[in-house]
Design a protein around this ligand. Structure first.
Ligand code: V47
Ligand code: SF4
Length: 388
């Protein structure tokens, strides 16, 4: 639907004047303020948010829905921090099963993909006191020596902050060192909710909002790209979500280095916040739609399908989302332990393509930086049968 048609529908709708005004701004491509964002969160019907978010998504990307072919390595589940929403911190506190992969284990994992058309490895894990920056630089060099073309997206700002401080390096020195060793970009984890009062209650001991933002700004200054996340649906309010998105949006105005915003739904299984109920599907769709509407300078909004489940991820494609992450092939535990929908998430290319097509969208394989690799709506059906 084009903007004109949407304006006509809005005009005849029973929405309040304030909401109609904000919706009209969105349709004209104008930025909404934090106050307007909060009003939308609090009062707008989901149908209106969905229509606006879908309008933006289709203006930016048409029906294109991106995914990549990637796999994850989780070096360890041991973590010195104690985030209350994390199933690892409970594990560590109880001295239950901790595990760590050796350098060879991790390289073997990379070698498993030797003849497969994978473009990215995503490395993220707990913060192990003995795995320092030099250890990880060595890992990066070895991966690059083995497969130079593989994009390495690795280490949350939480892991990096710990590594840099331990090595007594400035953020620029540390980032440069890892970048030279082979680190190409940063994933978006560790952001949680930036508000200090909420952070104090859910993840008091790890890097704060300013540190998280500064580490990403440091990467952007070196020409690296990164993602941003927000852990929502626990003890935060809509105002905290707006504050979080506002800080990211302002930083993006300055650096332009973020690729994707990924809202992460809080899952309450087996952690110290199990008493906090999880959000409903309606609330999740609202969150994705608001993310698309508010983050006007973020090119992409991603639904991380293992957390949401496949069918809900399909639904988000009509609520602003244009990226489905990847094939993943994940033997990692952080999400499955927290109660995510998928225990060992992995999809073949064929399954991902089908999932996107069933939702009426156009599947496009991308690399980490969103260069298009293959448009699967153009691949003949007989060739699609052989995708893996
Ligand atoms: O920061 C931990 C989250 C994040 C729970 O950049 C939980 O492409 C929900 O950021 N319920 C790490 N979430 C993962 C992450 C990520 C994932 C996929 C792709 C990308 C990307 C980034 O996992 C943590 C935290 O917010 N997390 N525990 C939980 N109970
Ligand atoms: Fe450690 Fe990350 Fe879990 Fe926090 S969320 S306890 S930093 S693994």
């Amino acid at each position: 639907m084009d903007a004109k048609a949407m304006e006509v529908i809005l005009e005849g709708s029973p929405l309040g004047a304030g909401l109609k005004e904000v919706a009209a701004k969105v349709l004209k491509g104008q930025r909404i303020s934090p106050e307007e964002g909060l009003m939308m969160f609090e009062t707008a019907p989901l149908s209106m948010l969905g229509a606006l978010a879908n309008f933006i998504r289709e203006s930016k990307h048409g029906h294109k829905t991106y995914f990549n072919r990637n796999f994850h390595i989780e070096p360890t589940n041991v973590c010195v921090f104690s985030c209350k929403f994390c199933s690892y911190s409970r594990l560590y506190a109880n001295r239950e099963e901790g595990w760590e992969l050796s350098m060879d284990d991790m390289l073997d994992k990379v070698k498993e993909y030797d003849n497969k058309p994978i473009t990215e490895v995503h490395i993220v894990g707990g913060v192990h006191p003995k795995m320092d920056i030099h250890y990880f630089a060595e890992l990066l060099r070895k991966i690059k020596a083995h497969r130079p073309g593989l994009h390495i997206k690795g280490f949350t700002a939480v892991e990096l902050d710990y590594m840099f401080r331990k090595a007594k390096m400035t953020r620029t020195e540390g980032m440069q060192y890892l970048h030279e060793a082979g680190l190409d970009s940063l994933p978006g984890g560790g952001a949680e909710i930036f508000d200090s009062a909420i952070r104090e209650q859910i993840c008091a001991d790890k890097v704060d909002a300013e540190g998280w933002l500064d580490i990403h700004a440091t990467a952007h200054a070196l020409g690296m790209h990164s993602n941003a996340t927000m852990l929502y649906g626990h003890i935060e309010s809509y105002a905290h979500r707006i504050d979080h998105m506002e800080r990211l949006r302002s930083m993006q105005d300055r650096t332009g280095g973020f690729n994707t915003f990924i809202p992460l739904k809080f899952r309450n299984h087996d952690n110290e916040m199990s008493h906090v109920p999880e959000t409903t599907l309606l609330e999740d769709l609202k969150m994705y739609a608001m993310a698309r509407i508010y983050m006007d300078n973020f090119p992409h909004i991603k639904a991380y399908w293992p957390m949401l489940g496949r069918q809900q991820a399909q639904l988000t494609l009509s609520f602003g989302v244009n990226d489905m992450d990847g094939t993943i092939d994940d033997s990692t535990k952080i999400y499955s332990m927290a109660g995510s929908e998928e225990q060992n998430p992995s999809m073949t290319t064929r399954q991902l393509v089908d999932l996107i097509k069933q939702a009426g969208r156009q599947p496009v394989e991308r690399d980490t930086l969103y260069n298009e690799i293959r448009d699967y709506s153009l691949v003949p059906l007989e060739d699609q049968a052989n995708l893996n």
